[in-house]
Design a protein around this ligand. Structure first.
Ligand SMILES: [Fe+2]
Length: 202
């Protein structure tokens, strides 16, 4: 008999709420508009080799600026709460709050290298437009750097045993993880832009 310990959870759910399709459509429009209007963001992307547009460094308080993103943030709260409960966080009556939200428009052929989100508790993304061939998000076993001589794992092993796990979301799907979990977006193999909104809760 064995005991399974130190599990890593990745939360997935449909955003939900009234007229979800219309909200996702509005967000897609807002992302494309921001990509046109946000000159400071475009400059940051050019200087930092981001293949497309992200408002990460220029406009990360979108829920204050735009009612569409405020509505999105309101709908995310129940998902973040549910995930915190699943993780058995001792919240001492407090609640996790969104401290940044930004948009991503990844061009065909572009990627986003592996990273974590320092200073936050839960991070996540909602997927807005995923044309055929758009990249999944790939998570890395946080113990990888400690594994020394650990053997490779069989390809057929379940996700809980793999060193890397890809999640291929659908538009309107929310994916949450603990902010320390390293992740990347491999090369966007779609012929069109991959749109998403990311956020941090602390
Ligand atoms: Fe990220």
């Amino acid at each position: 008999m064995s005991l399974s310990v130190f599990s890593t959870e990745i939360y997935r759910a449909k955003l939900g709420g009234p007229a979800q399709g219309a909200l996702i459509g509005d967000i897609a429009g807002a992302i494309r508009q921001l990509a046109k209007d946000d000159a400071a963001g475009r400059r940051w992307c050019a200087e930092n080799g981001y293949g497309g547009y992200t408002s990460y460094a220029s406009l990360d308080d979108l829920s204050w600026r735009d009612s569409t993103f405020a509505e999105l943030q309101a709908r995310l709260q129940k998902h973040v709460g549910a995930f915190a409960r699943a993780l058995a966080f001792e919240m001492q009556g407090r609640k996790l709050t969104c401290d940044s939200m930004w948009v991503n428009l990844l061009k065909p052929g572009a990627a986003h290298t592996a990273h974590i989100h320092p200073g936050s508790v839960i991070s996540g993304t909602i997927y807005i437009d995923l044309p055929p061939g758009a990249s999944a998000i790939r998570f890395e076993d946080p113990r990888l750097g400690l594994m020394m001589a650990a053997p490779q794992v069989k390809r057929t092993a379940p996700p809980a045993r793999q060193r890397f796990v890809s999640v291929a979301p659908k538009p309107g799907e929310v994916v949450l993880w603990e902010s320390w979990l390293r992740h990347e977006v491999p090369r966007n193999g779609a012929k069109a832009e991959r749109l998403s909104v990311s956020f941090n809760y602390s």
